[in-house]
Design a protein around this ligand. Structure first.
Ligand code: 5GP
Length: 201
């Protein structure tokens, strides 16, 4: 099967638990995680260079101008973006790369890298989403309300994605297994394995 690295774009509204699902995926050792840059402040426990590169708005805008962002978006008042070089190097080295990004960024990736695999993680319903977001307790009521509005908009883009995975309460490992299954199937897609023909000549 193809040993080329594949790009997996994982999106999901705030409160879907996609961070936990991605954590399980990274524990398999099968994926390289692209650390994004953001202008939002770190939450307690978040580490610069691990969860995000926390940079200023000016630094972010310089990187956009220098063409250093593969994609970027403004989300609830802050910039978020994927540094281009790390992703390109990992793919060139044959690694499977995960971008955990919101929908505007995912659609940009669809345009520039059509061979990427787009996966949308959802909670079972909007009530579960809100309960998880409020329960996390990391955002003010105002930010929760904005993120809920954003979540409703994001779900309307479901048809732009290749796969949908539902993260049921307490079943994030199952959701991660679903994504591992997707990743393995994608590796076996015929169009990614055209090179096998030469073994049969
Ligand atoms: P949070 O502030 O909760 O960490 O992230 C807010 C949203 O930004 C999430 O939907 C997350 O997936 C998204 N995000 C994180 N990094 C990036 C990025 O590099 N690009 C884009 N477009 N979205 C990102």
């Amino acid at each position: 099967m193809t040993d080329k690295g594949l790009l997996f774009v994982i999106s999901g509204p705030a409160g879907t638990g996609k961070g936990t699902v991605v954590k399980h995926l990274l524990e398999t050792g099968e994926f390289f995680f692209s650390v994004s840059a953001t202008t939002r402040s770190p939450r307690p426990g978040e580490v610069h260079g691990v969860n995000y590169y926390f940079i200023t708005k000016e630094e972010f805008e310089q990187k956009i101008a220098a063409g250093e962002m593969l994609e970027y978006a403004e989300y609830v008042g802050n910039y978020y973006g994927t540094p281009k070089s790390a992703v390109e190097e990992a793919l060139a080295a044959g690694k499977n790369v995960i971008l955990e990004i919101e929908t505007q960024g995912a659609l940009q990736i669809r345009e520039i890298m059509p061979e990427a695999v787009l996966i949308l993680i959802l909670a079972p319903d909007i009530e579960t989403l809100e309960a998880r977001l409020v329960g996390r307790g990391t955002e003010s009521a105002d930010v929760v309300a904005k993120r809920m509005a954003q979540a409703r908009r994001e779900v309307t883009l479901i048809n732009k994605y290749d796969y949908v995975v539902i993260n049921e309460d307490g079943k994030s490992e199952e959701a991660a297994k679903d994504i591992l299954g997707i990743a393995r199937s994608e590796k076996m897609r015929a169009f990614r394995n055209i090179g096998l023909k030469k073994n049969f000549i």
